[in-house]
Design a protein around this ligand. Sequence first.
Ligand SMILES: CCCCCCCCCC/C=C\CC(=O)SCCNC(=O)CCNC(=O)[C@H](O)C(C)(C)COP(=O)(O)OP(=O)(O)OC[C@H]1O[C@@H](n2cnc3c(N)ncnc32)[C@H](O)[C@@H]1OP(=O)(O)O
Length: 403
Amino acid sequence: MAGHLPRGAMLVVARLTRSWRPRYARSPMQISNFPVLQMHKSQTAMRASQKDFESAVNQMKLLTKDPGNEMKLKLYALYKQATEGPCNMPKPGMLDLISKAKWDAWSALGSLPKETAKQNYVELVSSLSSSASSSQGKPDADSKQPGYETLVVTSENGITKIMLNRPTKKNAITTQMYQEIMLALEAAAKDDSAITVLTGNGDYYCSGNDLNNFTDIPPGGVEEKAKNSAILLRDFVGCFIDFPKPLIAVVNGPAVGISVTLLGLFDIVYASDRATFHTPFSHLGQSPEGCSSYMFPKIMGSAKAAEMLIFGKKLTAREACAQGLVTEVFPDSTFQKEVWTRLKAYSKLPPNAMRISKQLIRNVEKEKLHAINSEESSVLQGRWLSDECTNAIMNFLSRKAKL
Ligand SMILES: CCCCCCCCCC/C=C\CC(=O)SCCNC(=O)CCNC(=O)[C@H](O)C(C)(C)COP(=O)(O)OP(=O)(O)OC[C@H]1O[C@@H](n2cnc3c(N)ncnc32)[C@H](O)[C@@H]1OP(=O)(O)O
């Protein structure tokens, strides 16, 4: 059996994957799910927790773009209803226009239960996500590039932003997403932006390779799947090695697997203090990729790299910064604002000078990195067919285990 993945085992993997569910109930109303602009009926039927409500209130404080008076009134009314119940203020005089408008909006909610008001508030804040994003120095919705299903790609003010956009799946990378990221990087390399940013939508930066990628077996069988996946991986990492402009990771939350290993190929890594960095390859019967087998020892020394890459030690943002993997850590509450202010300033520097400097720093090792990438991809091709990997994935899925 060793070295081959039995057909039956893959079917089991496929079945288990379909039934893989989290250990605890999720809350689709979380502010982290923000980007999901249209809420489904089934989602709206669920209650927003107090935590979701508080997150939404905090999110509103970060909003720098004015959502307009109508929206502000709705939010005001829902907030009051959620925290104090039905309107209990005396009606203001006709000439006190602002207080009157607020009173009207609040009274119009009648006896709407506090819980429902909370839920509606969370949804409304959620629907503001795109304007919230653009207000944090990110490009406007107008600049959104079409043609991507798993990403939101925007380009404005000298910054191309590639945002992983599967927040409900913690931005796990499907094969389609690998392809789209490659296309987006190719386009960003040629566009007139000065810098390119990769970030995640929602509460995670990225949970790494989508484990469902292991269950989609083509007619040619698992060997063909592993071979094609190794080519996909090599090409994918190759795009990061060759990327000609300053490449910045805005790590908005936890990062897992390949989303961590790639960081060694970025020029700047800014992290929220909520972010963590986890490479559980041995746990999954796999081995490092993204040139991390070379870059991590180079960045942090072989002892620290071994703890991460062999033993799967999870680092906090501050630990990753101390090891040199992260450039700077920001408090989560001000992360977006501070980072995008900084990036806006950098994007105004002369683009050719930045590009040339990057190339001077990176080009010396390009050939070496491509060779390392090929080797890591080929080793992983073998790993994916091993009993260790199969068992780890099956075990992981069947136990509904998480990292
Ligand atoms: C042979 C074919 C291979 C093809 C590969 C192509 C090239 C790949 C090369 C790279 C190889 C490997 C590098 C890696 O990235 S290894 C790391 C892989 N990642 C993981 O193991 C993470 C697994 N996920 C978790 O442990 C947990 O989900 C979490 C990230 C700790 C978050 O836990 P949570 O409790 O906060 O949230 P949870 O309810 O679990 O998640 C919400 C939904 O998102 C789904 N999901 C999250 N991460 C993944 C993932 N990596 N793959 C697939 N699905 C994921 C989760 O299932 C939930 O979905 P649902 O609501 O149940 O439908």
